[in-house]
Design a protein around this ligand. Structure first.
Ligand SMILES: [Zn+2]
Length: 277
């Protein structure tokens, strides 16, 4: 489905045609970001301070089957994949609706690998304190994708459903969504995560509280975004054919431009673009 096309122009810029996908990250100070480009990766931190252009080709290829799709469902899937794949089932969005522990799943083999494994419920500071659920091996990737600047493990469960039940309890007191504008504007956590964990744990019913973790370590996360941009505006390729400007930084899955435009790379998974750097 993907043709490798890369051309170097006379002014020493380079154009690569690629289907966008969630940027891969590596924990570090700051976080390192990589964008898959056909069979290679572009080291995104190197582009900060440079002018880049993202030109939409008006094609979306499903991230799973590669077919062209008019609309992207759940971060880059075609409708067929969205309605049949286990990774697009409602338990992914709502962990408490994951029924794999009862043997119910679109694909039990998938669920054995992704649902019936250890999960963490965590508290993260993304501008507000939020609660979330992730598979044990997605820490700290999940936190980085959300743009958290600090996070702590809250509970550890042997499957996704139980983690979801704890999250449901905690949602009575805490947000589970990230406000992207707040997330992109904060630099320092204004809460004590250890204290908050101690505060919230007793609110869990007894049968769930037994999954509390003893690990009280707080993970700080620093992003390659230090020169804050004022008046940011989220843009999408559905509305803009071309997004260009000097890259000011990267946080979460957002590219932030000096002109105030910000784009969520992950939500454009499957979108075919020409990237000029
Ligand atoms: Zn598909």
């Amino acid at each position: 489905m993907v043709q490798h096309t890369e051309t170097r122009q006379a002014n020493n810029t380079m154009t690569t045609e690629l289907n966008l996908s969630k940027m891969r990250s590596e924990y570090g100070f700051p976080v390192q970001y990589f964008l898959a480009a056909n069979n290679a990766e572009i080291y995104m931190n190197d582009l900060i301070g440079s002018r880049i252009t993202i030109e939409y080709q008006h094609i979306i290829n499903c991230v799973s089957c590669g077919k062209t799709t008019q609309r992207s469902y759940m971060n880059g899937h075609c409708y067929q994949c969205y309605t049949t794949l286990p990774e697009c089932d409602e338990g992914v969005f709502y962990p408490e609706k994951d029924m794999a522990h009862l043997g119910i799943s679109r694909d039990m083999e998938w669920s054995k690998k992704y649902s019936l494994i250890d999960h963490y419920v965590y508290l993260a500071f993304t501008g507000d304190l939020k609660v979330g659920v992730t598979r044990y091996n997605q820490i700290p990737t999940r936190w980085i994708d959300q743009g958290a600047i600090a996070a702590i493990r809250f509970a550890k469960t042997p499957n996704r459903n139980l983690a979801g039940q704890i999250e449901v309890e905690m949602k009575k007191h805490l947000a589970d969504k990230t406000n992207w504008k707040t997330m992109l504007s904060v630099t320092q956590p204004n809460v004590d995560l250890v204290e908050r964990k101690k505060f919230f744990l007793p609110m869990l019913p007894d049968d769930l509280r037994l999954y509390a973790t003893y690990d009280d370590s707080v993970t700080p996360i620093a992003y390659p975004y230090t020169n804050m941009v004022a008046n940011i505006k989220a843009v999408t390729l559905d509305k803009y054919d071309k997004i260009e400007g000097k890259l000011a930084g990267i946080k979460g899955q957002y590219l932030i431009f000096e002109n105030g435009m910000v784009i969520n790379v992950r939500s454009h998974s499957g979108y075919r673009i020409k990237l000029n750097v």
